[in-house]
Design a protein around this ligand. Structure first.
Ligand SMILES: [Zn+2]
Length: 325
């Protein structure tokens, strides 16, 4: 299909890929443990939580960001009904995902079901992913615009491999792009490329997430040369890599000709229970949804990245990733 004619599903329905505008490729509206919240957070206020996220996305739009990609899947507390209430109240496109976030085993619901298992059947994860993409998530009517899986320090465990191959198969069936949480330190992006290529995945439709935690240019260039996009996507999360290292690495990749292989984001969760509310500003002062607009973009421009290269990173690379064919 012609790229101009392609559209991608969002919380509020399909949007032409050419209309996505400036896109942050890895953010979360909510990262809240549903089970934890029901059992241990009696003070949870649903309306206040939604308002908190609406306010941040309204600010983000005013700063010139038009679209965010939210890869909150099973294992991260996905709640599309709640996300949709945000989507209805903001002027930012939100592309949501299907998949599973696990560093180790498949979710308990799949321990006994699947190929060669006690309840022998074709991989049920693949069918669920395809359902989310083609029919919609739950009863919401919201369709997933991308697939998500993860591989961290434990490497390619049996469960991680099962989820990754299911995501690969759902990509082959539907053409939907994939984003993968990886561990840059142990270079698990290389494993992702091998496994997904074995499943027949187009590696140009794969974001190697959290590549920005690395300053290892040999590793990053190898991933980009194999065709994938580098998720330089934890700006502000200085626990893993400093602002200076993150910016310098992007600039060097651009200098080496990889502007077409970079996407940027914060991996911020507008409402989350990952960090205690108190003291958050002291530990992670720059970890907020406006950091890229306020600090990162001006710094990249100041240090020689051109407006055209910035458009590649923020507009054209996301559009190409989400376009079909
Ligand atoms: Zn994330």
């Amino acid at each position: 299909m012609d790229a101009e004619l392609s559209s991608v599903e969002t919380l509020m329905g399909p949007v032409a890929v050419t209309a996505l505008g400036r896109t942050l490729m890895h953010e979360h509206l909510f990262n809240v443990g549903e089970e934890f919240q029901r059992n241990y957070v009696p003070e949870w206020d649903e309306d206040a939580a939604i308002q908190e996220v609406v306010d941040q996305l309204t600010e983000l739009k005013a700063l010139g960001i038009d679209t965010i990609v939210d890869p909150t899947v099973l294992g991260l507390g996905r709640n599309i009904e709640r996300a949709r209430q945000v989507g209805a109240r903001v002027d930012v496109n939100v592309i949501v995902a299907t998949g599973v976030y696990s560093y180790d085993s498949v979710p308990q619901q799949f321990y006994f079901r699947g190929p060669g298992m006690a309840f022998d059947e074709p991989e049920p994860l693949t069918a669920l992913f395809v359902k989310d993409i083609s029919e919609g998530i739950g009863e919401t009517g919201v369709k997933a615009g991308l697939l998500k899986c993860a591989i961290d320090k434990p490497g390619l465990t049996a469960g991680v491999e099962r989820i990754m191959r299911a995501a690969g198969q759902a990509h082959v069936q539907t053409g939907t792009p994939i984003t993968v949480h990886t561990d840059a330190e142990t270079k698990t992006g290389l494993i992702v490329q091998r496994v997904l290529a074995e499943e027949g995945v187009d590696l140009s439709k794969v974001v190697i997430g959290h590549s920005g935690d690395s300053t290892d240019l040999d590793y990053l260039c190898a991933l980009a040369e194999a065709g994938s996009l580098l998720g330089m996507d934890r700006f502000g999360l200085d626990l893993f890599c400093s602002f200076e290292d993150r910016v310098a690495t992007v600039i060097e990749l651009v200098r080496r000709g990889f502007a077409e292989k970079i996407v940027i984001s914060h991996d911020y969760a507008c409402c989350n229970d990952l960090f205690p509310t108190e003291g958050r500003g002291n530990v992670l002062p720059d970890f907020h949804i406006a950091h890229i607009s306020r600090d990162v973009i001006p710094e990249l421009l100041r240090r020689g990245v051109t407006e055209g290269q910035l458009d590649e990173i923020l507009i054209h690379n996301p559009a190409r990733y989400f376009s079909r064919g």
